[in-house]
Write a protein that binds this ligand. Sequence first.
Ligand code: ADP
Ligand code: ADP
Length: 232
Amino acid sequence: MIQLKQLTKSYGKGRKVTTALSDLNLSIQKGEIFGVIGHSGAGKSTLIRCINLLERPTSGEVWVNGVELTGLSKKQLQEQRRKIGMIFQHFNLLSSATVYDNVAFPLRLTKTSKEQIDRKVNELLSLVGLEEHKDKYPAQLSGGQKQRVGIARALASDPDVLLCDEATSALDPQTTNSILKLLLDINKKFNITIVLITHEMHVIQSICDRVAVIHEGGIVEQGPVTEVFLKP
Ligand code: ADP
Ligand code: ADP
């Protein structure tokens, strides 16, 4: 489903080069919830941003759904990216748009009729439990509600993959659990492959099937969560 082959990403030039990922290989299966855990600076954010080419790798290959992304034209990449949703630590919502319009935004960039958009947005708002709040603005919502908007928006184009970049790190423990439960429900309901990065062990333990531990730009261990975390 997702394959990273000999992925290397360096930032900067000359003597100021930082190598964030070094010759990294990773395979993620369709329908699984895959976690990547590591300390700050380990390369997690770079790794997840390379999966949809928000960050362009210095070398290596990124395969999603049988397509290698680094060699695509801009237009082809745009097409493939519609199949990859993403949610963020700080939600990245449009502050001057309502909940409804935030979720409708990606659909309005495509040839979708108003009626179809309306049906889809209402369906998604019901899925994430925000029907009552659709006319509110992000500033009027709690953190958990904002992330629910982010999730609904990410699902608007029916993606096969959902990338979660520290998606619960700005939330309190109770809200974190409710968002993780929602992600698990979405995974089961749509068979969406979920990749999440976090520095929090309990996030991995509560919903992930498999986990990779990243350290200094390389994967030092990976496997089923129960095996990786129960070793002495
Ligand atoms: P994590 O998400 O695990 O904290 P990152 O992927 O953000 O790790 O960072 C990995 C390394 O790459 C760090 O040394 C970080 O300082 C560096 N880095 C990340 N983004 C940039 C950037 N835009 N420019 C330069 N260095 C960067
Ligand atoms: P625009 O001025 O950008 O065309 P509109 O306010 O006319 O936006 O809304 C476009 C469509 O989106 C409407 O036909 C309606 O179906 C839907 N819509 C917008 N806001 C809401 C809302 N809060 N609740 C339900 N549907 C909405």
